[in-house]
Design a binder for this molecule. Structure first.
Ligand code: PLP
Length: 231
C-alpha cells in the first residue's frame, strides 16, 4: 500500500504534468488538500512533506484539528463546506479562506466578526453551476452582484469563484460547467472586482478543471485515500 507521503508526491507530479499539458506554469495551480474525516496526524505528515493549504468542511471537526495543529506556523486553512450562521464567528477568527460564500448575509457576518488585527479573510463566491435545487451557492446570473457587494465589506477580500461540478458528468459537460466559471470570473473583473481565483476540481474531475483554468483544486480522496464517514 502506498504511503500518504507517496500518494501526495505522486499527486503533485500529476498536477504539474496536467498544468504543463494545459500550457500553464505549475505554480499557477494550487492544491488544497481536503482533510475532512482524516486525522490531524495525516495533516502533519503532509505538512512535513511541504503542503501548506488544507481544506475542511465541518467547522467543529476543523476547530479540533486546528487546535491540535496550532504549532504549525504557516498552515493555511480553507473552509470549503457550508458555513451556518452560528459558525461564522469561529471561522472568522481562525480561517484564512472561505470558498463557500453563497449569500450576502454570510459575507456580512464573516466581515463583522473578522478581528481587525488579522489580515482580511480571503473569500470565494460559491456558484451553483449545475443549477440543481438542492445545491449550495448563488445562481450564476447573481454571482457578479454578490461578489461586488461582498467586495465592499471591510474585512474580506473577494478572490474569485468556487464551484462543485456535477458528480459523474462526462468530460464535455464538465468543460461546459468549468468554462462557465471562467466566463463569470472575467465578468467579475469587468465589474471592477479584481479576482484571480477559480476554486474548482475535485478528485474525479480535477484534470478537466486545470485545463479550464482552475487556480485551486480541492483534492481529498486522491491524496488521502478513501473517506470513511464513520470514523
Ligand atoms: C469533500 C470535498 C472535496 C474533495 O473531494 P474528493 O472527491 O475527495 O477529492 C472538494 N470540495 C468540496 C466542496 C468537498 O466537500
Amino acid at each position: 500500500m502506498a504511503t500518504l507521503q507517496q500518494n501526495y508526491q505522486n499527486f503533485m507530479q500529476n498536477l504539474a504534468q496536467a498544468a504543463a499539458k494545459a500550457g500553464r506554469p505549475s505554480e499557477s495551480v494550487r492544491l488544497v488538500a481536503v482533510s475532512k474525516t482524516f486525522p490531524a496526524a495525516d495533516i502533519r505528515t503532509l505538512y512535513a512533506a511541504g503542503q501548506r493549504d488544507f481544506g475542511e468542511n465541518y467547522v467543529q471537526e476543523w476547530q479540533d484539528k486546528a487546535e491540535s495543529l496550532a504549532d504549525l506556523p504557516d498552515i493555511v486553512w480553507h473552509i470549503i463546506g457550508d458555513v451556518q450562521s452560528n459558525k461564522t464567528k469561529a471561522v472568522a477568527e481562525r480561517a484564512h479562506w472561505v470558498h463557500t460564500v453563497g449569500r450576502l448575509k454570510t459575507a456580512q457576518r464573516l466581515s463583522a466578526q473578522r478581528p481587525s488585527a488579522m489580515p482580511p479573510l480571503q473569500v470565494c463566491i460559491e456558484v451553483n453551476i449545475t443549477g440543481e435545487a438542492a445545491r449550495h451557492g448563488v445562481a450564476p446570473e447573481e454571482a457578479v452582484d454578490l461578489a461586488a457587494a461582498a467586495a465592499k465589506l471591510p474585512n474580506l477580500q473577494v478572490r474569485g469563484l468556487m464551484c462543485v461540478a456535477e458528480a459523474g458528468a462526462d468530460e464535455a459537460a464538465l468543460v461546459k460547467q468549468f468554462g462557465k466559471m471562467r466566463v463569470l470570473l472575467a465578468g467579475l473583473n469587468a465589474a471592477g472586482v479584481a479576482a484571480d481565483v477559480l476554486s474548482m476540481g475535485m478528485s474525479g474531475d480535477w484534470e478537466v478543471a486545470v485545463d479550464c483554468g482552475a487556480s485551486h483544486v480541492r483534492i481529498g480522496s486522491a491524496v488521502f485515500g478513501r473517506r470513511d464517514y464513520g470514523r
